[in-house]
Design a protein. Structure first.
Length: 111
């Protein structure tokens, strides 16, 4: 599994702080990246999410969209994806996750 993040150029803490044109740009890029991620990682579906505010699980104070390729049976319960992916950033696997994200950026830029 490989989680890809998409961030707007202007750093803002909450989704509501984006200008309408920034929202449009963010989602156009999300759609473009999602198509590449699903094909490259041979997913059959995608989880696309924004955690907007601390009660929603936002742990870093800037808006970003998660794009995660999915396959049948990848999690016992569908919502377990949030429990499994989030802690990776705070574990010994953080370096590996960042390395994977860097490779994904290179992959997406060639499309």
């Amino acid at each position: 599994m490989s989680d890809v993040l998409i961030c707007p150029l202007r750093p803002v803490e909450r989704f509501r702080d984006l200008h309408p044109d920034e929202v449009a740009d963010l989602f156009r890029m999300t759609q473009r990246v999602a198509n590449v991620v699903e094909k490259h990682f041979q997913g059959t579906s995608l989880t696309i999410s924004i955690q907007d505010g601390p009660e929603a699980g936002q742990t870093v104070k800037h808006v970003h969209v998660h794009v995660l390729p999915r396959k049948a049976g990848d999690f016992e319960k569908n919502d377990n994806v949030y429990d499994e992916v989030g802690p990776l950033c705070f574990s010994k696997y953080c370096f590996l996750l960042k390395y994977s994200m860097c490779k994904n950026v290179h992959l997406i830029t060639i499309f």
